[in-house]
Design a protein around this ligand. Structure first.
Ligand SMILES: Cc1ncc(COP(=O)(O)O)c(C=O)c1O
Length: 378
């Protein structure tokens, strides 16, 4: 299946790394909202939460917010992260995963990568736990779920919260259980280039209904919006709240995207498989390969280029194909303070990984062209 309607690529543009995917029916959903009484948080947000909960089979319900970062911040608040509490977190991720730990005055304790898939190395976690550890946050890099059985075991043993940043992995499973069934808090991002987008937006799933209720208050100034709208609010605010709620315009884009989600996921898997087939000779150089016990939603295709990353980037650029690192080791950002530990696996790979184009509108010819250009260098 190719998405023929998106075939026309600007001749001069070349092949970008990402392209937002906005289904055609989005215009109808958004127009309906613009013609209605609500454009702020209203009925469309509720419908989007319900429809997303159905898609990921979250019986606890969902909390829609205006970014994945906001969902992460809420999950740290609900995990009771306070000043000087430690959170074991991925070294290799978008800064959005780790910055909200600082909002709470918490201390990010970086964990090295697993060299096979660039996920956080689960086997290192126990050595990082201290009396101050409150939570572990993991990112399922590129869409590949981490080892959730081990993660859950560690969190239960040490009474820690498990938070999953599923910004890359909208539809992952480990041993037939969805990610949110393993975790205390699970977040999703609907930022422009994610598997599904609402322009900007995010979702939080809490394993406990009390947390879902509290998250809904904290996302809107600490006020129970439903009660306030029914005129039965007690006119008091007990928690420090934020302005993190999603609006109905974004939710409308999300509703349209959910109509298409199975098709989008199918196309992403096809693209990934076509790359794999084309790159069979260098299969071991693809980081997110299929792994036992996991179901996988490809969001990125990341290659281990060894010492040829610059050569490959230049070769792709010459052929008008974009590539990039996307994420960068977080300990290099001064905001996280000086790190005393070394991260051996990251050091071995930091000059080698490279992300190549992946988005549902890609044509098979484009995948084949990129694959050939990769093979010319690696
Ligand atoms: C791993 C990861 N976590 C969190 C985020 C933040 O999501 P948002 O941009 O929706 O705040 C992103 C990307 O944007 C991400 O890649």
């Amino acid at each position: 299946m190719q998405m023929e309607e998106f075939k026309l690529m600007n001749e001069n543009e070349g092949i970008p790394l990402f392209k937002p995917y906005i289904p055609k029916n989005t215009i109808e959903y958004v127009t309906d909202t613009l013609n209605s009484r609500w454009i702020g948080e209203g009925p469309k947000v509720k419908s989007f939460e319900n429809k997303f909960a159905k898609f990921v089979k979250a019986k606890e319900g969902c909390v829609a917010v205006n970014s994945g970062t906001a969902a992460l911040h809420l999950s740290y608040i609900l995990s009771d992260i306070k000043k000087d509490d430690e959170v074991i977190c991925p070294l290799f991720t978008c800064t959005a995963t780790n910055l909200p730990i600082l909002y709470q005055g918490g201390i990010p304790i970086f964990c090295d990568i697993n060299k096979n898939n660039l996920n956080l190395n689960v086997d290192e976690i126990e050595s990082l736990i201290s009396e101050k550890t409150k939570a572990i946050i993991v990112v399922d890099y590129g869409g590949v779920p981490n080892e959730y059985e081990k993660l859950r075991g560690i969190c239960d043993k040490y009474e820690l919260k498990l938070i999953s940043d599923c910004a890359h992995c909208i539809d992952g499973k480990f041993k037939d259980k969805r990610i949110h069934e393993w975790s205390d808090f699970t977040i999703y991002s609907f930022q422009a280039i994610k598997t599904m987008t609402t322009g900007d937006g995010g979702m939080l799933i809490c394993s406990r209904v009390e947390d879902t209720k509290l998250a809904k208050k904290i996302r809107w100034f600490g006020i129970d919006r439903q009660k306030k709208q029914q005129g039965v609010w007690e006119n008091d605010i007990l928690e420090v709240g934020f302005k993190y709620q999603m609006n109905d315009i974004a939710a409308s884009i999300g509703l349209a995207s959910l109509d298409e989600i199975e098709r989008t996921l199918k196309r992403r898997r096809e693209i990934f498989n076509r790359y794999r087939f084309n790159l069979k000779k260098i299969e071991h150089k693809i980081f997110e390969n299929y792994q036992y016990n996991r179901s996988f939603t490809p969001w990125l295709l990341t290659l281990n280029c060894g010492d040829k990353r610059i050569d490959l980037m230049n070769h792709l650029r010459k052929n008008r194909i974009e590539s990039a690192q996307v994420h960068y080791r977080n300990d290099r950002y001064s905001v996280f303070g000086e790190q005393k530990r070394r991260f051996k696996n990251m050091e071995d790979l930091e000059r080698s990984y490279l992300v190549v184009p992946m988005y549902p509108q890609m044509l098979n010819d484009e995948i084949d062209l990129i694959s050939n250009k990769i093979l010319e260098v690696l």
